[in-house]
Design a protein around this ligand. Sequence first.
Ligand SMILES: [Zn+2]
Length: 51
Amino acid sequence: MPEIACPVCNADISLDGDEHDGDTVFCSYCTSPLRIVVKASDGSVSVVDDT
Ligand SMILES: [Zn+2]
């Protein structure tokens, strides 16, 4: 299960692993909306602050 760091509060967020590029998830700690970015070249997942 991939984990990412919230760009707002730096908390670790566990992903289900089936997120897609452009999906929005919410940080379970600060509840900020975060947009999933999947890098096409290697499939790595990151998030950007979507507020
Ligand atoms: Zn957060």
